[in-house]
Design a protein around this ligand. Structure first.
Ligand code: GTP
Ligand code: MG
Length: 482
């Protein structure tokens, strides 16, 4: 059976932990981070300040050298800072050593740090301690993870809001309403002879509906609406050979990612490039041109495109407007068949620079397409020139609008992650049961059981009511040193 505990029951770790807190590789500086009671002692034993320090001041940066106390050899020139509990990231004594970022230096300093009773930190352990010591709640801890992974501006902004506690305060608002409803019900339980009317059934409904169900549904809806802000999106570029797919990828990515030549069949494999549009990370996927009679390599290529097509959130079907519509153009969609949902497709007429008046021609082309493929009747189409850049900004906006399902102008303020969304759904189910119970005059005792379930689900979001297993699972996704 899974042991349910409150955050206060989870055993605090008393030992001192250390890790390299910056990514390995070349960069300006590297940081070794230590947390726990031995931090001050370490400051004294492995750090030699340039000027003697009698009383170490908290939060003050000291310049000096790290040395190996066994050999007395200097390892690196560093800046060291001691942050005394509780005014630190973990609320424990924390020592941070800023050194040169070479992997050898960082590793050597870490070795010296953990030579005594200090042990290596597990992934996410610093943040886990910050949570267990009550400095942040679980939504804020998850925001730390999101911030360290966020590539797009939008995802970063969202994580910051969550880190500042906006998500938690929304949850607390719902919890307070449920608590008040519970208290009202308890009066009904304690005074069973009183009519629930007197204890204000309408007040109860208001609490459960306006301040419970509605904000819960809003947050759950935000998960669906805001997925691309959090996770980004994939956009597949398809078309027959030589229509300008790779040119389009290069133009949108503003770099020469894919080889472009006038020879049909230039691209043989899948080429990806990440771009950011309005703060959202979009992965563009260029593909090999699809021919009607593919050779062995092309057949393997088509199989790969099919796989990508199933996951992509949008598909740019590129056609060369300067050339008549061909069976090869139509064959592209045929080859991908059911792997592409037609509503994901955006028709992109490329090479508009080659035709004098492109819009009437494009309109005519759309009519031809619809004659052959009636399911494309409602498709959006757009004219561009990958060569001159004309139409590309309209394409970006149209693409993004499609990806965000029209929510681009008003992105959700807060977006729960999958774990949080599942807890919100559990909570909503329980609140709905309670509302239903209230409407059918079910006994207050039974309604309050539903409300207790609802509150417990909210506690799982903030971490007030959580299992050890869930905690371990969340923090295992963190990187070392976080
Ligand atoms: N005039 C004009 N030429 C273009 C445009 N876009 C691409 N081209 C040219 O069309 C040719 C084919 O371009 P690519 O981007 O390699 O086409 P592709 O669809 O990737 O071709 P494959 O990889 O062979 O399937 C090149 O000579 C490009 O310079 C455009 O908008 N206008
Ligand atoms: Mg190409």
């Amino acid at each position: 059976m899974v042991q349910k505990v409150t955050v206060h029951d989870i055993e605090r770790e008393e030992d001192t932990i250390a890790a390299i807190a910056t990514p390995m590789g070349s960069g300006g500086i590297g940081i070794v981070r230590v947390s726990g009671p031995l931090s001050t002692q370490l400051f004294r034993s492995i750090f030699r300040p340039a000027r003697p320090v009698r009383d170490i001041q908290s939060h003050r940066l000291y310049y000096g050298w790290v040395f190996d106390p066994h050999t007395d050899m200097v390892v690196d020139e560093v800046l060291a800072v001691l942050m005394k509990a509780p005014h630190s990231y973990t609320r424990e004594d924390v020592l941070e050593i800023q050194c040169h970022s070479g992997p050898a230096v960082l590793r050597r300093i870490l070795e010296i740090v953990i030579a005594g009773d200090v042990r290596l930190a597990e992934p996410g352990e610093f943040t886990k301690r910050a949570f267990l010591n009550g400095r942040i709640d679980l939504t804020q801890a998850e925001a730390v993870l999101d911030l360290s992974l966020a590539c797009g501006d939008a995802a970063g902004q969202m994580a910051i809001r969550q880190l500042q506690g906006q998500f938690s305060s929304r949850i607390h608002g719902i919890r307070d309403a449920l608590k008040e409803a519970m208290a009202t019900l308890e009066v009904a339980i304690d005074y069973p002879d009183e009519d629930l009317e007197i204890i204000s059934e309408s007040r109860l409904k208001e609490l459960l509906i306006t301040r419970g169900r509605d904000p819960l549904m809003g947050l759950i809806h935000a998960f669906e609406r805001g997925r691309i802000y959090r996770e980004g999106a994939e956009v597949l570029i398809i078309g027959r050979p030589n229509v300008g797919k790779s040119s389009l990828l290069n133009a949108l990515a503003c770099e020469d990612r894919a080889i472009v030549t006038s020879i049909p069949g230039t691209t043989r494999d899948i080429i990806e490039a990440d771009i950011e549009i309005e703060g959202i990370v979009v992965r563009l996927i260029d593909t090999a041109g699809i021919r009607s009679d593919p050779d062995l390599i092309e057949a393997i290529g088509i199989e790969r495109i099919r796989k990508k097509a199933r996951c992509a959130q949008a598909v740019l079907w590129v056609l060369d407007l300067s050339r008549p519509l061909s069976t090869e153009d139509l064959g592209v969609l045929e080859a991908l068949g059911d792997h592409i949902k037609k509503e994901k497709i955006l028709i992109v007429f490329n090479k508009i620079d080659k035709v004098p008046s492109w819009e009437p021609l494009a309109r005519e082309r759309v009519r031809e397409i619809c004659k052959c493929l009636s399911e494309m009747r409602d498709s959006t189409w757009i004219g561009i020139s990958a060569l001159t850049g004309e139409g590309l900004s309209t394409l970006s906006v149209t693409m993004l609008d499609r990806l965000s399902e029209g929510n681009l102008k008003e992105p959700p303020n807060l977006i729960p992650n999958l774990r949080q969304k599942e807890c919100l759904e559990t909570c909503l189910k329980a609140v709905d049961r309670a509302i239903d119970g209230l409407c059918h005059e079910v006994s207050p005792e039974l309604i309050s059981i539903d409300l207790r379930d609802a509150m417990s689900a909210l506690g799982t979001i903030t971490g007030d009511d959580i299992t050890d297993e869930v905690l371990d699972h969340i923090f295992s996704h963190f990187c070392l040193g976080k």
